[in-house]
Design a protein around this ligand. Structure first.
Ligand SMILES: CC(C)(COP(=O)(O)OP(=O)(O)OC[C@H]1O[C@@H](n2cnc3c(N)ncnc32)[C@H](O)[C@@H]1OP(=O)(O)O)[C@@H](O)C(=O)NCCC(=O)NCCS
Length: 170
């Protein structure tokens, strides 16, 4: 086994990013556009996937993003992301998004969104390549891993059902 495939703990690849939201990022209602939050979450998850896999990794799927509260102009948006689960070449990365008003730290942070991305590690030909196993370090890691397995099973079942429907329907 090469060093690149040595199992890595969840803490190894964890990443946090932050941005201060601006008027140029608003939607027609005056809140921050959901796409801006997706982009920040995708960038954070991408950094996690590259760190864990030790090389390039691409977004294969974003099949669940929960927006819990609106994000306002002037909020500091912070993402925290880590690998929840790994397969042969794919990884599920969970991202938690929190906000805090830029000018008032006494208000504390609000949980505004959660997203689950699937990244696939690729080689120089763009083909899927193996990723290191994941070492679960805490009870929280183990909970996230169990829940990621449920999401993985649903993803595969949904994909298979749609493919079967297309075969039958064609
Ligand atoms: C992601 C990609 C490399 C997968 O290629 P592929 O030929 O389907 O690869 P494979 O069939 O060998 O599957 C590789 C892994 O990806 C997983 N995978 C592929 N598509 C998936 C999907 N839609 N959802 C979840 N997992 C998926 C497979 O389950 C497999 O996981 P495993 O190796 O851990 O068991 C390819 O579809 C791709 O390059 N997509 C474009 C990605 C991109 O450019 N993203 C940025 C968009 S701007």
């Amino acid at each position: 086994m090469t060093d690149l495939l040595l199992p890595r703990p969840t803490s190894y690849a964890r990443v946090s990013l932050a941005m201060l939201t601006a008027r140029s990022q608003t939607n027609l209602l005056g809140n921050v556009h959901g796409g801006e939050i997706v982009k920040l979450a995708d960038s954070t998850a991408g950094a996690v996937a590259q760190r864990h896999s030790g090389g390039p990794a691409v977004t294969a799927a974003l099949d669940e993003m929960l927006f819990l509260r609106p994000v306002h102009v002037g909020d500091i948006v912070r993402t925290d992301a880590q690998v929840n689960w790994v397969g042969r070449s794919s990884m599920e990365v969970g991202v938690r998004v929190e906000t805090q008003p830029w000018n008032d730290p006494s208000q504390g942070t609000l949980h505004v969104a959660t997203a689950y991305f699937v990244f696939v590690a690729i080689d120089s030909d763009g083909l899927a390549r193996p990723v290191p196993d994941l070492i679960l370090e805490t009870d929280e890691d183990r909970r996230r891993h169990r829940e990621a397995e449920i999401r993985r099973a649903h993803r595969l079942a949904r994909k298979a059902a749609i493919e079967a429907e297309r075969q039958d329907g064609s």
